[in-house]
Design a protein around this ligand. Structure first.
Ligand SMILES: NC(=O)c1ccc[n+]([C@@H]2O[C@H](COP(=O)([O-])OP(=O)(O)OC[C@H]3O[C@@H](n4cnc5c(N)ncnc54)[C@H](OP(=O)(O)O)[C@@H]3O)[C@@H](O)[C@H]2O)c1
Length: 317
């Protein structure tokens, strides 16, 4: 399936030499009172890749819960693959951002550090960064070049603070540019993709260049809040429901598997133990070619996390 798939348990070999599980556990919106149960449940289920970000403002709690899981003997640090991200307001001093994330997460190294969005935004020096999505945010753009941000990321690898570095929400053009100057290439690109926003060219470009594509919002039913700007979810698509019924799976399992089977990793979040299990089980069945083709041919198109509403610029175009 993936040219660089190294084992049946869905790990891929990265250009950095490390291995990364393709199904990651997301932590956006996990609250302090939910973190312990969610993290322990995910680890007990089998997740090893945990996806965090300074922007989520919960690294402290997630770090505490990871430490609790390690101390309880549920998992060893070396078995985990922990990722977090620098926010655009942090790009002028990525080393400080990384050290602050490491402190909050209670870690000595990160398995993966990611540039969250392909632009720099003026810093108000808050760390973790508090950022309100707004179409007016173009007014606080910082014309700091991304190649300088990437150079700082490379320094973190050389210093041993992080093992692999990657990007998020990069387009084909930006990735192509990054690959032209990176001395340590990005191991992954994490971006929104789902059955109603398929991004086939981006996934193909990533796979051709050994940059692992990692999809987010694969199963999202967007809540009514300022982050989300499209509210149709493929979880409720009649064709997805029909495939799920035929396979005796759930719509979420079909959508996660569809994404994995088209050679794209997934970051999925749940605080509900039964759903954490359900999502994990998506790895262990195959969709028939005709069912893959049915979903591949969906024509609905909608972006949940529209960057033009977040930053005032259509970064995905
Ligand atoms: N790089 C980026 O810019 C970026 C942007 C967004 C997200 N992310 C990462 O990607 C992760 C996933 O994105 P997301 O959390 O926004 O969306 P998601 O994982 O696609 O969807 C999460 C939502 O789906 C629900 N859910 C989980 N499993 C389900 C199931 N089996 N059936 C029905 N509903 C289910 C969850 O509810 P419960 O929790 O109540 O079970 C939650 O409301 C994030 O947590 C974050 O780590 C990255």
């Amino acid at each position: 399936m993936f040219p660089f798939l190294v084992s049946k348990n869905m790990k891929v070999s990265l250009s950095s030499g490390y291995e990364m599980p393709l199904l990651a556990f997301g932590t956006f919106k996990i609250e302090q009172n939910e973190a312990d149960q969610a993290i322990l449940s995910a680890i007990q289920t089998g997740y090893r890749h945990i996806d965090c970000a300074s922007f989520y403002l919960n690294e402290e709690h997630i770090g505490e819960s990871i430490a609790n899981a390690i101390n309880s003997g549920a998992v060893a640090r070396e078995e985990l693959f922990i990722a977090t991200k620098a926010w655009p307001t942090q790009y002028r001093d990525i080393r400080s951002a990384c050290i602050n994330s490491l402190r909050r997460l209670k870690l000595e190294y990160l398995d993966l550090y990611i540039l969250h969005w392909p632009l720099a935004v003026k810093s108000n020096l808050e760390d973790p960064p508090v950022f309100t999505p707004s179409a007016d945010n173009y007014k606080i753009f910082d014309r700091y070049p991304l190649h300088l941000a990437w150079k700082q990321m490379e320094e973190l690898v050389k210093e041993g603070l992080v093992r692999s570095i990657g990007v998020s929400n990069w387009t084909v053009g930006l990735l192509n540019d990054l690959l032209s100057y990176a001395t340590i290439p990005p191991v992954c690109n994490q971006f929104e993709t789902h059955a109603y926003y398929q991004r086939k060219a981006l996934i193909e470009f990533c796979n051709l260049n050994n940059v692992i594509p990692m999809g987010y919002n694969v199963i999202l039913k967007p809540p009514n809040n300022p982050y989300y700007h499209y509210n149709e979810t493929a979880l409720e698509d009649p064709a997805v429901i029909q495939i799920a019924e035929k396979m005796q799976k759930t719509p979420a399992q079909v959508l996660i598997k569809w994404n994995l089977q088209r050679r794209c990793g997934c970051v999925v979040k749940s605080i509900t133990p039964s759903r954490i299990q359900e999502n994990w089980q998506s790895q262990f069945f195959d969709l028939a070619e005709e069912d893959m083709n049915t979903i591949n041919s969906f024509t609905k198109h909608g972006v949940f996390l529209d960057p033009s509403k977040m930053f005032g610029i259509a970064l995905n175009d």
